[in-house]
Unconditional design. Structure first.
Length: 202
């Protein structure tokens, strides 16, 4: 786990605040499925998931990729994360909603080795929660909350919690099961998320 407080520059924060968070014309799209269909959210996709890219279609879905990509590169270079090139599996800005239960389903984003890079774009409640259990081949990628009290639901031990703070950037092992608590209804919890794979420096 790599955690960088205040990683974004003051100029980058100003751009995010003015052109994304407080911009009534910024295009958000409702996504019905997150870890399950129980928790829809609003999303602005920068890089499409590979399985959704049609033939002869660009993976880049938004010009905002040109803003966030140098931030990702700067973080990776500073921490010497990869030995060489890496592949971006997806990238999106997510604006989460609030629900009556405590938090989202425990899950992993991909059923393979990968890293997740997350930039918090607002201050809010809704901690990101990491568990000691890691996904292994053959295991389920998510465990829905509605099955929490059923037979066979694993016991998850909390390893670490990260509170959203504007400008904070983190990197974590994507095979670690994780979730996040729901924010308060009067808040906005907006994050930019990259999923990457490549040969890592140890």
């Amino acid at each position: 786990m790599i955690i960088e407080e205040n990683f974004l520059t003051s100029k980058e924060l100003e751009t995010v605040q003015e052109d994304i968070i407080n911009n009534q014309y910024f295009p958000w799209y409702r996504a019905q499925h997150s870890s399950s269909e129980d928790y829809p959210f609003y999303c602005h996709t920068l890089i499409k998931r590979e399985e959704f890219i049609k033939e002869h279609e660009s993976e880049i879905n938004s010009s905002w990729y040109n803003f966030f990509s140098p931030i990702l590169d700067r973080f990776i270079e500073k921490h010497k994360v990869y030995k060489g090139d890496y592949q971006i599996m997806r990238c999106a800005i997510n604006d989460t909603l609030s629900f009556s239960d405590k938090g989202c389903d425990i899950h992993v984003d991909y059923e393979e080795e990968h890293l997740v890079f997350m930039i918090y774009l607002t201050d809010s409640s809704g901690d990101t929660i990491f568990y000691t259990k890691q996904w292994k081949e053959g295991e389920k990628p998510y465990f829905t909350n509605k099955l929490k009290n059923s037979k066979g639901y694993p016991k998850f031990k909390v390893k670490q919690k990260i509170t959203p703070k504007k400008g904070k950037m983190i990197c974590y092992n994507g095979v670690n099961y994780h979730s996040h608590d729901w924010k308060q209804p009067n808040e906005r919890r907006v994050v930019c998320v990259f999923g990457l794979k490549g040969e890592q420096n140890k």
